[in-house]
Design a protein around this ligand. Structure first.
Ligand SMILES: [Zn+2]
Length: 485
């Protein structure tokens, strides 16, 4: 696509995100929400939609929905109401889904995203509660070619649907929005946001209009965006497709399309003409939801520190760069680890460096989460303090860290057991330095004729000869003395 053609159009994107709320039981019955149990193990007459059963609202689901809404700067309404969304599908045994329609739990929020060094506010239209449908299984059985299977374990799991304003203008912004939203939900602890297990799902609405036009273009809904990368790729594909259709004189038809990751394209799933008329009406089996001002206020006060606030505080209180603060607050667990290291006595900058180089690299290589780190925050702080107090050199400290990570021993124990703390005496340092100088007469001549850059060569050789145990400061002084004479 040529830049001239791209520049003619403005992309308009809005996202609908479903996040499963972290309750122990389903939203309208007492069945477990545990993922991965045997098919249809977690079912009862209510979530199987048997006649004569009645739903009972799970208070914890409402509370988690309120926390999510407050963290997204929404207004949580005193009065909201459940509604029936009517449609027939095998994964929906009642023939309707209990959702919210005219009176959702919360409206009018926003989140701030960062893209290309700039910041942008993306509006959130609404957050409402609803029950999840069951899962249709179309493959994996002997007779899958002729029969379909349904697992009702997921049916009735509590969801929050979060609908954004059509405020995003590029696939990158959509990616940043979903990443930021996920981070806030994780920090708030309302959902585990596990995309592989379906706890976080995303649909996108995308349309194009001529730059400067007020009217929106015809929008297309894209489904099946089960990863952050899929979302961006599918939107990039749709933008190209829209421009191709419009530039060749065609019209975009309003439809729902499915993203096929393996082939890298979207295909039409259903057109507007076939779209459902859900015939919403108020759910007669549930009372309207009334949320007291006191409850809403208490939850607002109890919200944890959110990612953006934590990033800013880390940068200002610990003297670390905004980039480092961003990495270290990428999850609440990582941020907690960092703060514990600092509270145990390590300087912020050193703690940030050690975590981002040695610790995160080794965790990543061994496929471990920060919460399963073999090196505790206090143990890392102890190691950093040994370096800061010149008890061991950085080169030695890295070797010590590798051993700590392997067997969980403390830095002090490893240093003592392996004699790593032994400082090189000034006599033997002088001896080693003299040997290095004797072996390199050409470099000595260079140095003495004014090439000071060669000094670092000598420092490196001496430290190497002491197997990293010499204090660099002492090596510097010794070499200056010997080379100067
Ligand atoms: Zn049930």
């Amino acid at each position: 696509m040529s830049p001239d053609i791209l520049a003619k159009y403005e992309v308009v994107i809005g996202l609908e995100v479903h996040a499963q709320l972290l309750t122990k039981t389903k939203i309208f019955c007492g069945c477990s929400t545990q993922f991965g149990d045997a098919p249809n193990a977690n079912t009862c007459p209510v979530c199987l939609g048997l006649p004569g059963t009645l739903p009972v609202l799970n208070k914890r689901a409402v509370e988690l929905g309120m926390q999510a809404a407050l963290a997204l700067n929404c207004t949580v309404h005193e009065h909201s109401r459940f509604a029936r969304k009517n449609y027939f599908y095998p994964d929906l045994p009642k023939g309707y889904q209990i959702s919210q329609y005219e009176l959702p739990l919360a409206t009018g929020g926003y989140i701030e995203i960062e893209v290309g060094g700039g910041r942008k506010r993306i509006g959130i239209t609404r957050l409402h509660l609803e029950e999840d449908a069951a899962k249709n299984l179309h493959e994996g059985f002997k007779d899958s070619a002729s029969k379909g299977y349904v697992d009702y374990n997921r049916c009735g799991s509590p969801l929050s649907e979060i609908v954004s304003e059509p405020d995003m203008r590029t696939p990158e912004e959509a990616y940043a929005y979903l990443t930021t939203l996920r981070q806030i939900l994780l920090y708030t602890g309302v959902s585990d946001c596990n995309m592989e297990e379906g706890s976080l799902r995303c649909d996108a609405n995308v349309s194009l209009r001529l730059r400067g036009a007020k009217e929106f273009g015809t929008k297309v809904e894209v489904k099946n965006l089960n990863s952050f990368r899929f979302l961006q790729k599918a939107l990039e594909y749709e933008v190209d497709r829209h421009i191709g259709v419009i530039e060749s004189g065609g019209r975009i038809s309003q439809e729902t399309r499915l993203w096929h990751q393996a082939e890298g394209y979207t295909v039409s799933m259903r057109s507007k003409e076939k779209a459902h008329d859900y015939r919403y009406f108020s759910e007669p089996d549930l009372l309207p939801v009334h949320l007291s001002a006191a409850w809403r206020e208490a939850l607002k006060i109890a919200l944890p520190e959110l990612p953006e606030a934590k990033r800013n505080r880390f940068a200002s209180s610990y003297g670390i760069s905004p980039y480092d603060a961003g990495v270290l607050t990428s999850s609440r667990e990582l941020a907690d680890y960092f703060e514990t290291v600092v509270k145990a006595g390590a300087p912020g900058k050193a703690a940030a460096n050690w975590m981002q180089t040695e610790l995160l690299r080794r965790l990543n290589d061994s496929g471990k989460e920060i919460t399963a780190s073999p090196v505790s925050p206090n143990a890392l702080a102890e190691l950093i303090q040994l370096v800061e107090g010149s008890k061991i050199t950085t080169v030695v400290a890295k070797k010590v860290f590798a051993k700590m990570f392997e067997d969980g021993r403390s830095a002090a124990k490893i240093v003592e057991a392996e004699g790593l703390g032994a400082q090189v005496s000034s006599d033997s340092l002088e001896q080693i330095a003299r040997q290095v100088i004797e072996k390199n007469p050409e470099n000595v001549a260079k140095y003495r004729s004014g090439n000071e850059g060669v000094f670092n060569f000598f420092v490196g050789q001496v430290i190497k000869a002491t197997r990293g145990q010499a204090n660099p400061q002492a090596v510097n002084e010794m070499l200056k003395k010997l080379l100067g004479s």
